[in-house]
Design a protein around this ligand. Structure first.
Ligand code: SAM
Ligand code: SF4
Length: 334
């Protein structure tokens, strides 16, 4: 039996989030600048390398993979990767593979994803207004995403909508979005906007809208009850008495729940971030490329996990003074 990955604070690492590309077909204003510089291809892990990397984590006890980016479905031939991961699902070594997507490519890929064993997808959508959607994503078009959502549900995928809460942008759509999700049997989770990367500033749509305020606003017209659902991450859930719908609130840098953290993040270049809120990372690409044998890679993963910090609040000094992280969300994968 391989020893599972346990960090210095006795937390078992069972969840790996993998960014498979830093590229995207959108340029969301809170995520990217309009003229993003992307990484040269040779920096990226190949699909075979991503397979080796993820398979090593699975051998070490990871049970859940979330594929993200950038936009994971714009990576060329990404379905090959999903199909390869299905062998771990079939063997029972992996319990779940999911993805976070902007939905633009789902009408093409939903059936293939289902066939590869994917059962749930998170789709990011901040507004149901076409003009606002074009403004916040810069390059995205709402009808294409709505078609993608239809295709996902038709294929049998359970859909959860992720909405970044932006004051002055989607504040007026709070109930529209929640009711629309309820009518389509979709959960919705709100995400607090984080100051990530250098976005050039001029395009910032909306402002920080605290999820405490979002919740308070919802409670003016709905009966909300906290539910004890835990995912090991920073999401907390309520149930709406009127509809039975679950609503999540994700405060990505909230540190109240670090003690139950079960996750690490791999970038598309093979850097392992042990904590979303810290700059510390381990390079896994070098040991991966150094040998065809995975012993060195597994050793490097264990060493990295042995450095997983207790929580990000211990180390704000390494982030920018106001808590701003220097890397983009599309780099670490949101
Ligand atoms: N392209 C895919 C998508 O949009 O779902 C996956 C990658 S995206 C970086 C993952 C999630 O991060 C999305 O739900 C997006 O809204 C969120 N995100 C991006 N930048 C963010 C920021 N500055 N603060 C909070 N959430 C952010
Ligand atoms: Fe692309 Fe997702 Fe970032 Fe929007 S949030 S620019 S869709 S990676």
């Amino acid at each position: 039996m391989t020893k599972p990955l346990i960090d210095p604070f006795q937390r078992a690492i069972s969840y790996l989030r993998v960014s498979v590309t830093d590229r995207c077909d959108f340029r969301c204003v809170y995520c990217m600048s309009e003229n993003m510089q992307f990484l040269p291809k040779k920096e990226l892990l190949t699909l075979e390398e991503l397979d080796r990397m993820c398979s090593a984590f699975v051998r070490l006890g990871v049970k859940k993979l979330r594929i993200t980016g950038g936009e994971p479905l714009v990576r060329r031939d990404i379905m090959t990767f999903f199909r390869r991961m299905s062998r771990h699902l079939e063997a029972g070594d992996l319990h779940e593979v999911t993805l976070t997507t902007n939905g633009s490519q789902l009408s093409r890929f939903a059936d293939d994803l289902y066939a590869a064993g994917i059962r749930r997808v998170n789709i990011s959508l901040d507004t149901l207004d076409e003009a606002k959607f074009a403004r916040v994503t810069r390059w995205g078009r709402l009808p294409q995403v709505l078609k993608g959502i239809d295709a996902a549900q038709k294929a049998g995928l359970k859909v959860k909508i992720n909405t970044v809460a932006l004051k002055g942008f989607n504040e007026d759509e709070l109930f529209t979005l929640v009711d629309w999700c309820a009518s389509r049997d979709m959960e919705i989770t709100f995400i607090e906007v984080m100051p990530m990367g250098d976005l050039g500033g001029e395009d910032r749509v909306g402002q920080y809208w605290s999820l405490k305020d979002v919740r308070a606003e919802l409670a003016t017209r709905r009966t909300l009850t906290d539910i004890p659902k835990r995912t090991g991450g920073p999401a907390r859930y309520v149930r709406v008495a009127e509809t039975g719908q679950e609503i999540g609130f994700i405060t990505p840098l909230s540190h109240n729940f670090c003690e139950s953290c079960n996750r690490v993040r791999l970038t598309c270049t093979g850097e392992l971030y042990m904590c979303l809120g810290q700059e510390d990372m381990a390079d896994l690409r070098t040991p991966l490329r150094a040998s065809d044998d995975d012993a060195g890679l597994e050793g490097a993963i264990r060493t990295a996990i042995s450095h997983k910090p207790k929580g990000h609040d211990f180390d704000y000094s390494r982030a920018r003074p106001e808590g701003q992280m220097t890397r983009h969300m599309s780099h670490t994968g949101g």
